[in-house]
Design a protein around this ligand. Sequence first.
Ligand SMILES: C[S@@+](CC[C@H](N)C(=O)[O-])C[C@H]1O[C@@H](n2cnc3c(N)ncnc32)[C@H](O)[C@@H]1O
Length: 258
Amino acid sequence: MKTLVTTAYRPTSSMLERAARVSEDLSLLQVPRNKRSIDRMHADEGADLLVCLKERLEFYPLGKKEPFFFHPNSAAFRTKRPLEQDPVIEVSRLAPGDSFLDCTLGLASDAIVASQRVGERGCVIGCESHPVLAYVVGQGLQAYNEMLHLEEAMRRIQVVTSDAVSFLETLESDSIDVIYMDPMFTEEITEASNFTPLRGPADHGQLTEQWVAEAKRVARKSIVLKAHFRSGDFERFGFVRRVRPNTKFHYGVISVRP
Ligand SMILES: C[S@@+](CC[C@H](N)C(=O)[O-])C[C@H]1O[C@@H](n2cnc3c(N)ncnc32)[C@H](O)[C@@H]1O
């Protein structure tokens, strides 16, 4: 789907400058807002819209009335609890100073929790195949300033716009401590979240033999999969499932090194 860059209803000069920068960064066409509503623009242009506001970027996939924008989401409350009890940290055995590759960055909530855990000696890379989503989240991670306790963790995350398998293929063997995968669920979970407007546009690709084989080559400590509790991918790809009673998703782990 084509994406066009525009501004708020009444653009300021700084919004126009920002829109020009974003359109250049993403090689996307910039179109004037001309006081049109989002619905009107969707009808006129037949494209997704990336709206540059003063404080943030908002992404309106075609036909959606609610925008997607960056927000730490579940990381906001998860990082207020003891980190070693967070399911991603516990299952992966991620430790301070480790490196963490999130193959499916999405909103970056899991990556922010991991980044808080690894601390200043660690490193976190987030890989996202949807270029506009990767850009909105990448900019948000660098600029978001409403949660002081997460700023250092957010700034540490390096965003890579790529398909996970292609990116893994560029990495050396045994070079990342923990590799994490959270592909889109094939069964819809009805709870609303900031991710809801992206359900359609996000990459719905599922785990493959090649993806797991590459992760095994690159991981030093563990590979973690998050999937719907009814997913057969845990068993299909050799992950040991950690059952979480009364939750709609489970985690599975392949321990590379004990
Ligand atoms: C369920 S969301 C991940 C949510 C994320 N764990 C979080 O904390 O916000 C899955 C994301 O991974 C992306 N994705 C799916 N398959 C991918 C792949 N093969 N390579 C890179 N990104 C992928 C989707 O576009 C989507 O944004």
